[in-house]
Design a protein around this ligand. Structure first.
Ligand SMILES: C/C(=C\COP(=O)(O)O)CCC[C@H](C)CCC[C@H](C)CCCC(C)C
Ligand code: CDP
Length: 302
């Protein structure tokens, strides 16, 4: 399939990601919540304290080694996750649709939770973004049918068509790259937007398909159960992610305000996901981008 064959929706979705990357990179870094750059000693690797060797050179090499090892470990985790669900689907232990949604929920959240294993260097986020970038390349190569990975098609597509990889899954990993590079561990914005895209949007599909008999009045493709599940699960996952990063010492939040802000972001993201705009923009773009905007406005200005 040639890139020219991509639909208007695909070009809109891809343009939205590139635009948001350009906008975010120009943003002044406003950090109204306290971000604590200290890292618990458990994550530090032994520093070289030899007087014979200049520490700055060794400090760089120890961070680079640390991040390279962390990148390799997370890459293995990503490959194992997709392979594992492929095996479950092949053995008919799990339906293909459910498999894809569980990969949708787990891969992004586990990726986000892996960020603390990277070093405290400024380059750590770029090392971490190698993982979704490698998966992005894998999706493009298979989506364009340059190679054929049956396991990837089985665990990541609805109908096993290669071009499906160039939509939802590709936008998904692009958002992972954007969140890791722009927001990283220092901001609740990326953590919440991934909580809504991975947790909220993922559970909406599972619950909506299974129990969604009562459809939304303005969108017959979506249901009340799906949207309510998205709001609740997206909220809980986002709060859980903020708690995880505050326990590890990366964030210090006013929890009363944080809960209010996350509830508002979850509501906004749920409403956007429920709109009949699937033909215009993929919800793996609309949900995280609107969550980023809402989280940025609530956490940075109120
Ligand atoms: C199926 C996926 C998205 C499709 O969404 P939708 O169209 O159903 O709304 C998820 C795609 C997953 C991706 C190919 C793998 C990403 C791996 C991740 C970057 C790293 C995970 C590491 C962790 C330690 C398991
Ligand atoms: N708010 C929602 C979201 C999805 N769903 C159900 O999940 C199915 C897939 O939702 P979707 O098109 O948003 O799936 P993805 O684009 O997230 O893969 C829908 O056709 C509905 O059956 C729902 O009932 N309510």
């Amino acid at each position: 399939m040639s890139l020219l064959a991509l639909s208007r929706r695909d070009w809109i979705s891809t343009t939205a990601v590139l635009f948001s990357l350009s906008v975010e990179l120009k943003q002044p870094r406003i950090l109204p919540f306290r971000t604590l750059h200290r890292l618990p000693p458990v994550f530090r690797i032994p520093s070289f304290s030899s007087s014979r060797v200049s520490p700055p050179v060794l400090a760089v090499s120890s961070d680079v080694l640390h991040d390279a090892g962390a990148t390799a470990a997370v890459l293995v985790g990503a490959y194992s996750l997709v392979r594992g669900f492929d095996n479950l689907t092949r053995r008919n232990l799990i339906q293909q649709n459910l498999s894809r949604k569980l990969v949708h929920i787990l891969s992004g959240l586990l990726f986000t939770m892996s960020w603390p294993i990277f070093s405290t260097s400024t380059e750590a986020r770029f090392f971490a973004s190698i993982v979704p970038s490698v998966n992005c390349l894998r999706l493009v190569i298979n989506g364009l049918s340059l190679t054929k990975d049956e396991g990837l098609l089985k665990s990541l597509t609805r109908e096993g068509k290669p071009e499906e990889l160039l939509r939802g899954p590709l936008y998904y990993v692009l958002i992972l790259i954007l969140s890791a590079v722009i927001f990283w561990r220092e901001s609740p914005v990326g953590l919440i937007s991934l909580g809504m895209m991975c947790g909220g949007d993922g559970i909406a599909d599972i619950m909506g398909r299974k129990f969604g008999s009562k459809r939304l009045p303005y969108n017959q493709e979506k249901s009340w159960i799906g949207s309510i599940s998205m709001f609740i699960f997206g909220f809980c996952v986002s709060i859980g992610m903020l708690y995880y990063y505050s326990v590890l010492g990366y964030l210090e939040l006013d929890w009363v305000k944080a809960v209010q802000n996350v509830a508002l972001v979850s509501l906004v993201a749920t409403v956007v996901e429920s709109l009949p705009i699937a033909e215009v923009v993929d919800d793996n773009i609309s949900v995280p981008l609107v969550s980023m905007a809402a989280a940025f406005l609530t956490f940075c200005f109120y």
